[in-house]
Write a protein that binds this ligand. Structure first.
Ligand SMILES: Nc1ncnc2c1ncn2[C@@H]1O[C@H](COP(=O)(O)OP(=O)(O)OP(=O)(O)O)[C@@H](O)[C@H]1O
Ligand SMILES: [Mg+2]
Length: 395
């Protein structure tokens, strides 16, 4: 028995008591490596644990009712080998199983959320619709600014449909010699067409960007053509989701291949308030404090809100008495790209200008008493400060 194997075994058993696809995958890897190195007894013991855990997962009710889609192809498992670039052996895809995908839809404005939900509902009734020859849309392009939750949304959609995601590693596909790129694309789509899955083409613009290289025009045309043919080959084979934040770089012919196009906007003030409330948990901030942070993050993305929330969590765990305004200033100072430049300049300039700008804001309509509490002063001294400020502005 190899050293510490009893601990490895106990760890694996504990992890498998509550299994998910990622845990199964890692323990499978460990088992394969042990086997390869001749530790057959240990490998066999892990195999036994894996088998009983997979059996119980297969039987669990949540697993059985997961997939809503008529399944024509083969099923992907943790053991399915992913396609690789023949020259470099770089994987062309990564597989995510429903248990590894985000359980909640990204927070978006109600109308977009409803529209997305209605598409997903159609996909969930795929069987019924295809019986009457009313196939729902099977491809969708998600586009919008960086960090707005596009990849999150794509994975959530796949989770709702109950299919694993074959995530194309486009950088990997494209980084090899151009001549082999078309072949890689062909192999990737052949793989996706063989299995029941959602094919996710994230950062899709990587292909389009190549068009800027004048030396490679002919080759790039070939790549784009292969992609077009491959997208056509997916028709009725499974779902395809393309994601990009440079939609203008996409070839119009590629655009047309997608039945549905969803633009994900930057969060509105309302959505930003919700996002911050969610990301800041378990810290509890008052409504006016969260509104203040949302105001500071005007024009930022959901990913920026997540970063700001982490910053605040660190600051408030270390020092409970911290002032929100001071921590916000530090954040603005060290995250210049995440805070609106005009607001940043004023917030770093003086309290008076900062307060005046907050009070004059038409969207958030802050009350004087809320601002006074943010700045740690009484409402009456805020009024005094403001009248002095107005006088100095007149002179
Ligand atoms: N509207 C949102 N609701 C919930 N989470 C969000 C939202 N927007 C961003 N996030 C979170 O921010 C992080 C980044 O999101 P994601 O990677 O999906 O963005 P993206 O649009 O794909 O960005 P990029 O264009 O840079 O790839 C994730 O952790 C995601 O959950
Ligand atoms: Mg993304």
């Amino acid at each position: 028995m190899i050293k510490y194997f009893n601990i490895i075994q106990a760890l694996s058993r504990t992890a498998l008591a509550n299994p998910n696809e990622a845990i199964l995958h890692q323990i499978q890897r460990l088992k394969d490596s042990l086997e390869k190195d001749g530790h057959n007894k240990e490998a066999k013991s892990l195999d036994g644990l894996l088998l009983s855990s997979k059996y119980s997962m297969d039987m669990s009710p949540s697993k059985i009712q997961k997939s809503f889609v008529i399944t024509r192809g083969e099923s992907l498992t943790v053991k399915t080998p992913t396609p690789v670039d023949k020259e470099t052996s770089t994987p062309l895809a990564e597989i995510f199983f429903p248990l590894d995908m985000p359980p909640e839809i990204p927070l978006l404005d109600d109308n977009i959320q409803l529209a997305i939900q209605s598409i997903v509902n159609e996909w969930m009734k795929f069987d019924q619709l295809s019986e009457i020859n009313a196939m729902p849309a099977s491809s969708c392009l998600i586009y919008g600014a960086p960090g707005t939750g596009k990849t999150h949304l794509a994975k959530w959609i796949a989770k709702q449909i109950g299919l694993p995601v074959v995530l194309a590693r486009l950088e990997g596909l494209m980084s090899s010699f151009l001549g082999t790129t078309s072949r890689n694309i062909g192999n990737l789509f052949a793989f996706a067409n063989r299995y029941n899955c959602v094919l996710l083409l994230d950062e899709f613009d990587a292909i389009a960007k190549l068009r800027n290289d004048p030396q490679e025009v002919g080759e790039v045309k070939r790549v784009v053509n292969t992609l077009l043919q491959s997208l056509d080959s997916r028709h009725e084979k499974g779902f395809t989701i393309g994601v990009t934040n440079h939609e203008s770089l996409l070839d119009p012919a590629i655009w047309r291949r997608f039945d549905i196009q969803i633009e994900i906007p930057k969060p509105s003030p309302e959505v930003m308030v919700h996002l911050l409330g969610k990301f800041l948990k378990p810290l509890e901030f008052q409504e006016n404090e969260i509104k203040f942070l949302a105001w500071c993050l005007e024009g930022a993305s959901g990913a920026d809100a997540k970063i700001l929330s982490k910053w605040f969590k660190r600051a408030f765990v270390l020092e409970k008495e911290n002032s929100i305004v001071d921590v916000m200033r530090q954040f603005a100072l060290l995250n210049s790209g995440r805070v609106n430049i005009h607001k940043r300049n004023i917030m770093l300039h003086s309290d008076e200008d900062f307060i005046a700008m907050l009070l004059n804001d038409k969207i958030y309509s802050f009350k004087q008493k809320d601002i006074a509490s943010l700045f740690g002063i009484t409402p009456s001294s805020l009024s005094k400060q403001l009248s002095k400020y107005k006088d100095s502005e007149k002179n």
